[in-house]
Each structure stands twice: as structure tokens, then as C-alpha cells.
Design a protein around this ligand. Structure first.
Ligand code: GLA
Length: 419
């Protein structure tokens, strides 16, 4: 009798989940932080194609970038998603069907043709929308047409959805974001789901609901938008450092914190500051979403974006997000546990970040113990920005000395050694 009841209860639960399109996201995607390219940071909402033909948000821009991701070698090191951000829509939905309509002049062939172009190059196609009545730039949002829009995305062969949160009530988001995730799932097309919900909560001082985000989203924007400056990068790094106890534990395969796009290749960061963003984004297990003009990235910046050793830290299979370990004399030490492990001891990526501006490279010295690197057999050390470097073996008592330039980073891998 008891097992019969159990069976009936189990069946009812299953039925409920099926009716809801599954209870959690569970789409098997983004097992490593997504890598790709997105239009917003570099191209914002440029819609005047007459004056700015190479920069306006148009089919041409995304075709060109899909081609460049492959021809410039970015695809070979893992960059995969080509994502249209805001400003791709007509201002009104289709009168009869109520479907979203891509801008008729700038996307004259519709999105399927563009999706094909992207897929033919072995890449994946991402699209921006907004949970509210309007996107942040004022185009129609999904709120009253969620099922229709999820189905439309699937029909357009979308692989990744960024759902922003302008023009919405924050109090509606706890139900609304999971609901849209369920609707995406129930189309049967696997789509990575990027949620901006927590950025809107943290903006008004609310604590993001990470347990729910983890269940319903593959990644989420924790905080404010990035701008093209070191100051902006540092503010984001600070936010992630100060709030790491509430943020860091929630990252893992399938669900990531997102500090926003990579600025590399644009106007605001120097060569050394570009390394700094790349290193800390690797420590944070952040999505590596570039936003730049890939035809114009200088070779030395491209080398940073394509640094395989740094990307390997970012994509480490353990998926453990790093933390700010200590701050001393305006030097920050960030540390992330990574593979390989030796006798249950992790290896570590360690970034020394200088916030100093006093001129000379600043000399620092730590024992490995100070950095909580306690493996008795020691660590082989490599400079992640000097491929094939070998700085020797260091044990917990050994001193590790390095000099960091103003607003710079030194980034090392400490590989745990076994017996
Ligand atoms: C918000 C987002 C940005 C970008 C713009 C588009 O500000 O946080 O990343 O998508 O909207 O309008």
C-alpha cells in the first residue's frame, strides 16, 4: 500500500514537472565558463549604418566577427559564442503574430540566415533580451510574451540568451527569471541562460538569491556594467573581493558569476592593465566574453586574449572560483585552486595585483605558507604570461619574491608536486 502511494506521488510529481517544463534549468550547458564575443561594450547602440557602416548593430557586424573569431585564431583557443546585445529589434512587435521582429534594415535576412553563418563556422549564436516591458535601450522586452519569445528563439536557432532586467519590477524577478528558463528548456533546444537579475538586486542593496540563480541560470551578472577604463575594472574587482563570501561559493560547472565583458582590444586599458583584467577574470572563473573590434586588436593584446595557459586556468575543470587571499601595502593576492591535484593537494593560480601608483616596481616577498600553499612536497612554479617558463620548486617555507609594476599583475601557476 505504502509503495503504491509512493508510486502515485512520484507519478504526480513527474507530471507536474513535465507540465512546468522541468523544475530546474539542468540543461547540461556551460560546464566551463562560456567564452565568446558580444557587441555591447565596443559597439553599444550604434544604429546609424550610413555613417558608421562597420560599427552599427547589423547582420554585417556579426558575420564579420564570426569570420574573425575563426580567421584570427580565437576559435582555436575556445572562444565560441557570437552574441548580439541590445538594439537588434524593431521598436514594435509584429502586429498580428506579436512576434519579435529584428530590425528590417539592419538584419534584412532575418536571424536564421545569420545563425547559419555562425553555425557553419563551428560557432554558437547568442541573443540579448530583457525580462521587462523594454530592453535597457528601449526596444520591446519579453514580459508579456514569454512563451512566444522562448519559442521564437528556438526557431531562430539561438544557443545562448542574455536576459537583462530593465523596465521590470525587481520583485517580479524571483518568479520571472526561473519561469523564462523553464520556457527556454521546454522548447527542447539547449540554450545557455544568462540572467541579469542579481545585478538589479545588488543595485538596490538586496542580497541576490544565489540558490535560485544556481538552479535556474547558467551565469549571472552580479553587479554594475563595465566601462572602458581601469577604474571600472578595479571597481568590479573590489566588489567581487569585498563580497566574496556571498559570491564565490556559488560558482561551479553549469553556473557562474559574471563580472561582465573583457575590455581588451579597446581604448581604455594599457598592455599591462589588459593582463590584469585577463588574470583576475581567470581567477574568478568568469565568462570570457570579449567585446572589441576583432579586426583592430593589436597583436600583443591578441596574445593576451589567446594565452592558452591563462585560458586553461579560467577553464579549469574543477570550476572552483578563486578568492582575494590578502591585501598588504596596496598589493592584493588572489588565489584559485586548480588541477592537477597531487595526493589531494590542489595546484593554484596566484595573481599579485598592484594598486600602487608610486612608480617603481614594488618588491614583495611571501613564504608559500603565507599564501596557504602547504603541500609538503612543494610546487613547481610557472609565470603564466611567460609560456614555458620554469621558476623552480618552492616548498611551504620557501620565500617567493616578485616585483609588480604600478597597476600591474604578476600571475603564476603553482603546480602541486607528489612524492
Ligand atoms: C544593460 C546591461 C549591459 C547591456 C545594456 C544594453 O546595461 O547590463 O550589459 O546589455 O543593458 O542596453
Amino acid at each position: 500500500m505504502y509503495s503504491m502511494l509512493n508510486l502515485v506521488a512520484g507519478f504526480l510529481l513527474l507530471l507536474l514537472q513535465l507540465l512546468q517544463g522541468g523544475s530546474a534549468l539542468d540543461n547540461g550547458l556551460a560546464l566551463k565558463p562560456p567564452m565568446g564575443w558580444m557587441s555591447w561594450q565596443r559597439f553599444r547602440c550604434i544604429t546609424d549604418c550610413k555613417t558608421y557602416p562597420d560599427e552599427c548593430i547589423s547582420e554585417q557586424l556579426f558575420r564579420r566577427h564570426a569570420d574573425l573569431i575563426v580567421s584570427e585564431g580565437y576559435a582555436d583557443v575556445g572562444y565560441e559564442y557570437v552574441i548580439i546585445d541590445d538594439c537588434w529589434l524593431e521598436k514594435d512587435r509584429d502586429n498580428k503574430t506579436k512576434k519579435l521582429v529584428p530590425d528590417r534594415k539592419r538584419f534584412p535576412n532575418g536571424l536564421n540566415v545569420l545563425a547559419d553563418h555562425i553555425h557553419e563556422r563551428g560557432l554558437k549564436f547568442g541573443l540579448y533580451q530583457d525580462f521587462g516591458t523594454n530592453t535597457c535601450a528601449g526596444y520591446p522586452g519579453v514580459i508579456n510574451h514569454m512563451a512566444l519569445d522562448a519559442a521564437t528563439f528556438a526557431n531562430w536557432d539561438v544557443d545562448y540568451v542574455k536576459l537583462d532586467g530593465c523596465y521590470a519590477n525587481i520583485s517580479d524577478m524571483a518568479a520571472g527569471y526561473p519561469e523564462f528558463g523553464r520556457l527556454l528548456n521546454s522548447t527542447g533546444r539547449p540554450m545557455v541562460y544568462s540572467c541579469s537579475w542579481p545585478a538589479y538586486q545588488s543595485e538596490v542593496g538586496q542580497m541576490p538569491e544565489y540558490e535560485s540563480l544556481k538552479k535556474h541560470c547558467n551565469l549571472w551578472r552580479n553587479w554594475d556594467d563595465i566601462d572602458d577604463s581601469l577604474e571600472s575594472v578595479m571597481q568590479i574587482i573590489d566588489y567581487f573581493g569585498k563580497n566574496q563570501d556571498s559570491i564565490q561559493p556559488h560558482a561551479g560547472p553549469g553556473h557562474w558569476n559574471d563580472p561582465d565583458m573583457l575590455l581588451l582590444g579597446n581604448y581604455g586599458l594599457s598592455y599591462d592593465q589588459s593582463k590584469l583584467q585577463m588574470a583576475i577574470w581567470a581567477v574568478l572563473a568568469a565568462p570570457l566574453i570579449m567585446s572589441n573590434d576583432l579586426a583592430k586588436v593589436r597583436p600583443e593584446i591578441k596574445d593576451i586574449l589567446q594565452n592558452r595557459a591563462v585560458i586553461a586556468v579560467n577553464q579549469d575543470p574543477l570550476g572552483i572560483q578563486g578568492r582575494r587571499l590578502l591585501m598588504k601595502n596596496n598589493i592584493e593576492v588572489w588565489r584559485r585552486p586548480i588541477t592537477p591535484t597531487a595526493d589531494a593537494e590542489y595546484s593554484y593560480a596566484v595573481a599579485f595585483v598592484s594598486r600602487r601608483v608610486d612608480g617603481a616596481p614594488y618588491a614583495i616577498s611571501f613564504t608559500l605558507k603565507d599564501l596557504s600553499l602547504n603541500n609538503v612536497y612543494g610546487y613547481g612554479v610557472q609565470d603564466l604570461f611567460e609560456p614555458n617558463s620554469n621558476l623552480g620548486v618552492f616548498r611551504p617555507e620557501s620565500h617567493f619574491n616578485t616585483r609588480v609594476i604600478p597597476n600591474g599583475v604578476n600571475f603564476y601557476k603553482f603546480t602541486a608536486l607528489g612524492i
